[in-house]
Design a protein around this ligand. Structure first.
Ligand code: ATP
Ligand code: MG
Length: 201
């Protein structure tokens, strides 16, 4: 095959691909508030959500963040986003279950936290809400899944919501518009590397 044959074949293939892509773009003609779920055991769930917070801020949008499990208070994202006028940042959890070791307290904390989330989910001035690590209080039964689904469903129609955390229940997948499962192919922690600034916190 000559060079110009290859060029010609490439051009035809790209033309066909463009037709398919253009048709798909033309079909996607609606806008709505989306529910996104980032789950799985691999790293990148919360940081992906915070990447979207940065993206939304760039468009002048107003963002609410609720952290349901407070792993640590020294993360770069919290320090950075708390300085932004358009971000409201709530820490609603007290720590990992293996740290608190107190079921009643964890349950009360989660329920109190959900009332804060509910307030944001009924406030149309929030364009994007991040419910970080929400899957844990659901998984442990501290929060009623049906209440969560009900409040998500009845939020303002243009409001976007991101839920992060491992082991998201199937019902959340059903309710969501976009679901990404992060796969843990490899993680430096297992090679004895400690959590480092800018990467893990
Ligand atoms: P990140 O905040 O880095 O996006 P994540 O939200 O996907 O991570 P979490 O389960 O919330 O993951 O864990 C938060 C912390 O644990 C982060 O410091 C992260 O680097 C680390 N971590 C995430 N996945 C793993 C893993 N598979 N093994 C060990 N540590 C992990
Ligand atoms: Mg996380």
């Amino acid at each position: 095959m000559t060079e110009s044959d290859r060029e010609q074949r490439h051009r035809l293939r790209m033309q066909r691909q463009k037709t398919v892509v253009d048709a798909a773009i033309a079909r996607a003609d609606r806008k709505k508030g989306l529910l996104l779920v980032f789950t799985g055991n691999g790293k990148g769930k919360s940081t992906s959500a915070f990447g979207m917070v940065a993206r939304a801020l760039g468009h002048g949008m107003r963002i609410g963040v609720a952290q349901f499990i407070k792993g640590r208070s020294d993360t770069g994202e919290e320090a950075f986003f708390r300085k932004q006028d358009n971000v409201v940042w709530h820490v609603l959890g007290e720590g990992f279950t293996w740290d608190t070791q107190d079921l009643t307290r964890d349950t009360e904390t989660a329920r109190r936290g959900w009332t804060v989330a509910q307030a944001m989910l009924s406030d149309p001035s929030f364009d994007l809400i991040v419910l970080d690590e929400l899957t844990y209080p659901i998984k442990y039964g501290w929060l009623d899944l049906n209440t969560v689904l009900h409040d998500l469903k009845n939020r303002p129609p243009m409001q976007h919501v991101i839920i992060t955390g491992r082991a998201a229940p199937e019902a959340l997948f059903d309710a969501a518009d976009t679901v990404t499962e992060m796969t843990d192919v490899k993680h430096a922690f297992r090679a004895g590397i400690q959590a480092q600034e800018g990467i893990d916190l």
